[in-house]
Design a protein around this ligand. Structure first.
Ligand SMILES: Nc1ncnc2c1ncn2[C@@H]1O[C@H](COP(=O)(O)OP(=O)(O)O)[C@@H](O)[C@H]1O
Ligand SMILES: [Mg+2]
Length: 333
């Protein structure tokens, strides 16, 4: 025979179970409401099963429908928010790419007149030296000042040329160019690009490179990009922990063999929590404020190193520092 109370119990049980299976957990706020309803239905159906059973069942269905609709609406709202956020991050990423292209174009345009200025300046210097040699220009305090000015102009032109070259190297979008790159000459060049930023923040960057010449087979401009990202992240982490002094960053060749070379970049910065450590290579993961971090650096580095046939690992202690280990294909030494 039909047992209305048993049926009702089963209905409620099914609803509760289904929620548990679908979502792992039932929303705590909904639990007492459902059980209250079930209790009421139980009492009512005890009075007159045939009449109250249907009424209670209707109420139960209405309550469950209401509760489920609420959940769906909340989830849709969350999905909308996530979509918006992802859209904004993509816009920022593409703006960054555009900026990179603009910077490369700008550097290229500046580079040509800069070369002309450099040639003209060398010519003026040569002619002045000749005039001096022929006795047409007498030694004087003014002449010494003019010569000092020439030196200063020369120095500043070289600085500008270095900056434009660095931007060009960084921003140029070219096919990968694989070469054997010697670490002993490559690494100081990259370190020089961030040493100013490091020193103004009281950070020392030390290089412990192998004494004998070590080559890696890579695309040099892409590898430069990877190290710049790692150094910039390390600088940020060190500033976060130490403020303006006491920071240390080191880059070291830790092992070499015929097929691979391992390089470590260490810092004594703020470190990364175990939870965040799992996410740092994901695109758009950042702990930095809006406008400072894009969360793209490490994911791009990871892609570049993988593409080179190498690997990239990280270990970190929250509050004491982080080590990135790159293993790269060895070149011919
Ligand atoms: N050396 C480091 N020390 C501490 N945290 C780091 C370090 N390098 C990366 N991170 C963490 O990884 C996150 C992702 O880095 P990245 O992909 O370069 O993006 P972004 O620098 O734009 O935040 C950073 O926001 C930071 O939380
Ligand atoms: Mg970064």
């Amino acid at each position: 025979m039909n047992d209305p109370i048993k049926d009702l119990k089963e209905d409620v049980g099914q609803v509760v179970n289904k929620e548990s299976v679908n979502d792992g957990q039932m929303e705590p706020a909904a639990r007492p409401a459902l059980w209250k309803l079930f209790g009421a239905a139980f009492v009512l159906s005890g009075c007159s099963p045939s009449f109250y059973y249907h009424a209670a069942r209707r109420r139960l269905i209405t309550a469950v429908a209401f509760y489920t609709t609420n959940r769906i609406v909340r989830r849709m709202e969350q999905m909308d928010k996530d979509k918006d956020q992802l859209g904004q991050q993509l816009i920022r990423a593409s703006r960054l790419a555009e900026l990179g292209e603009m910077a490369a174009g700008f550097a290229h345009e500046i580079n040509n007149p800069l070369q002309i200025i450099k040639n003209e300046q060398t010519l003026i210097e040569m002619l002045t030296a000749e005039l001096k040699q022929n006795g047409e220009l007498k030694a004087s305090e003014n002449l010494t000042d003019i010569e000092d000015s020439f030196k200063q102009i020369n120095l500043q032109i070289s600085r500008c040329a270095q900056i434009t070259q660095a931007i060009l190297k960084f921003g140029r979008k070219t096919e990968s160019v694989w070469q054997d790159v010697e670490l002993q000459s490559f690494m100081p060049e990259v370190v020089a690009m961030v040493s100013k930023k490091a020193s103004v923040n009281g950070i020392a960057i030390t290089q412990h490179l192998s004494d004998r010449s070590v080559h890696v087979h890579v695309d040099p401009s892409q590898l430069q990009q990877v190290f710049l990202n790692l150094f910039n992240n390390a600088i940020d982490a060190v500033i976060e922990r130490h403020g303006g002094g006491g920071g240390e960053i080191s880059v070291e060749t830790v092992s070499t063999n015929n097929s691979s070379v391992s390089i470590q970049v260490r810092d004594n910065g703020c470190g990364i929590s175990p939870e965040n450590l799992k996410k740092i290579f994901s695109p758009f993961f950042t702990t930095k404020p809006v406008g400072k971090g894009t969360g793209l650096g490490l994911s791009v580095c990871f892609g570049i190193i993988n593409n080179m046939g190498g690997s990239m690992q990280v270990s970190s202690d929250l509050g004491s520092g982080t080590t990135f280990t790159l293993t790269l294909p060895a070149g011919k030494s």
